[in-house]
Design a protein around this ligand. Structure first.
Ligand code: RIB
Length: 311
């Protein structure tokens, strides 16, 4: 199907991931021998930008990396994905962000991040991207950068009436004043629990949490439920979009791939449930592959998964 690539702006983090694959995740004090090491481009913001670009978006990234080898390589990767990097600043002092990731057999992971240059992303950096934001179909945000930068992006998006998607990851408490300005919030179970105090286990508790978030002023909530899919909650009610059954190798960045693909599908004007299904298909493909950005599928792959999948 022909489509016009929607312009999207992603404001967020950029990391390099240092990955060790192991049989199981190490316990505190435990040394595990025999893992396999690899590196991959990562960072929630950059992952969402790459996922959106491969899904068919015209993407500009607003981020901050170091003036080091990792920063240079990260930028080269974004450009290979045809992402506009005009607003990726290189900080002269702080090193590029790095994440250390353990991935267990079966795909479970645990991650520690040294943010480095990501924490130097300022409101002024975001302000320089105002014309890109003004011309976008949506602005995509997460929480791996200073909250002041998130607020600046939100302010500009609202000034230009551009819808804002906030993926509230990593989980942190957020004031109602901020939540009430979000058009679409995409928490996972942990993030929804932190924001509402409701433990999300079953569809019923997911519905309760989504309603609690909407009661705080969020327009639409899409609560991601891992392999089970995602719950779409609007003023008209809730609908569960089932996940696609795949064999998980690495769940790192599944949420990021979901958000990038979702922004593209919504930017193209797809209805919410169809856009969520497209995003679930992209996320499912990503967990079958190792690494964050290397795992983001192309549009063609996503469309094929939507057609074949049992979601
Ligand atoms: O969401 C996954 C990402 O979280 C990884 O790529 C890592 O860099 C951390 O930011």
């Amino acid at each position: 199907m022909q489509h016009k690539a929607p312009a999207l702006v992603v404001v967020g983090s950029a990391n390099t991931d240092m990955i060790i694959q192991l049989d199981h995740l190490p316990r505190p004090g435990e040394t595990l021998l025999g893992g396999t090491f690899s590196t991959a481009a990562g960072g929630k913001g950059a992952n969402q930008a790459v996922a959106a670009a491969r899904a068919g978006g015209r993407v500009a990234l607003v981020a901050c990396v170091g003036r080091d080898t990792l920063g240079r390589e990260a930028l080269a990767g974004y450009r290979r994905d045809r992402i506009n990097t005009t607003h990726v600043r290189r900080d002269p002092v702080q090193p590029s962000g790095v994440a250390l990731i353990f991935v267990a057999r079966g795909g479970e992971n645990c991650i520690a991040v040294a943010p480095g240059a990501n924490h130097q992303l300022t409101s002024a950096d975001v302000a320089r991207a105002e014309s890109a934001i003004a011309g976008a179909r949506a602005v995509l945000l997460q929480l791996e950068i200073p909250l002041a930068a998130v607020r600046a992006a939100l302010r500009l998006a609202r000034r230009h009436r551009v819808p804002v998607i906030l993926n509230p990851a990593p989980a942190q408490p957020l004031p109602r004043a901020l939540l009430s300005q979000i058009d679409l919030l995409t928490p996972n179970e942990t993030e929804a629990e932190l924001l509402t105090g409701i433990r999300v286990r079953q569809p019923a508790s997911a519905i309760r949490a989504a309603r609690a978030l909407r009661a705080q002023g969020v327009g639409t909530v899409i609560l991601t439920l891992g392999a089970r899919g995602a719950l779409v909650a609007t003023s008209e009610g809730e609908e569960l979009v089932p996940g696609f059954k795949v064999k998980a190798v690495d769940t790192t960045a599944a949420g990021d791939v979901f958000n990038g693909a979702l922004a593209v599908a919504l930017g193209e004007g797809r209805p919410l449930v169809a856009a969520t299904r497209f995003a679930c298909a992209a996320a499912a493909l990503s967990v079958t592959r190792l690494g964050a950005q290397p795992s983001a599928p192309t549009r063609k792959e996503i469309e094929a998964q939507v057609r074949q999948g049992k979601g």
